[in-house]
Ligand binder design. Sequence first.
Ligand SMILES: C[S@@+](CC[C@H](N)C(=O)[O-])C[C@H]1O[C@@H](n2cnc3c(N)ncnc32)[C@H](O)[C@@H]1O
Length: 215
Amino acid sequence: MVFRSATLAGMLKPIEISTGVDTRAIPTVIAAKLAAMRLRIEAFQDCWDQHHAAQFVAADYELVYQTLAWVSETQASIGRRFVEWGCGFATVACLADALGWNAYAIEAHADLISEARKTIADWPAKVDLFAGNFLPPGADDLAADPTLPSLGHGGQSAYGAWETDLDDFSLVYSYPWPGEDEFHEDVFDRYAAVGAMLLMFVGPNEMRLMRKVKA
Ligand SMILES: C[S@@+](CC[C@H](N)C(=O)[O-])C[C@H]1O[C@@H](n2cnc3c(N)ncnc32)[C@H](O)[C@@H]1O
């Protein structure tokens, strides 16, 4: 299903995720890749103090895969472009590629960019990876709290470098730190296209999906 987007003013409409989503079968090849990712991530985190990548916490990738597969199968999309905000190891971007999305990923931390490059090469997956900031220029002013973890990353904004805008993406995925989910929603609400979807991992066993609709 595909429908065209118009950009600008909108509001976010929650989409109820099927209650049985966490019982969906995960293909053996995906399950094996996710098991290998878990080992790599654990090894990285065992020496996290060497990397100072304290902002990286891994989502529940099995649940993210199950939800992403459900979204891909059941939800109308304005296009096929997917972006992972703050990708860490880029696991979710690789899952999106496996599900047929044109996957992009953005990460601020240099050590995590190295890990993401390795994931993409080993998988192998087609993911456009950018070392920099997922926030569009000017988005910081939406934050009520200046200490939110997504703020203060000095890198270049990805969209200018890609010669694109956030409203060129049909599906955004993020795993916000506790307390910054509303900020991610506000950024998406301001900059995404009408019709685009935001999928968030918001804690153990909890995914949230919403679509920007005309106000
Ligand atoms: C909670 S982790 C989530 C990692 C991965 N997306 C996942 O679902 O497992 C958040 C990641 O976002 C990165 N990050 C935070 N703010 C960022 C920003 N403004 N631009 C780019 N990366 C950012 C952090 O370095 C960290 O790797």
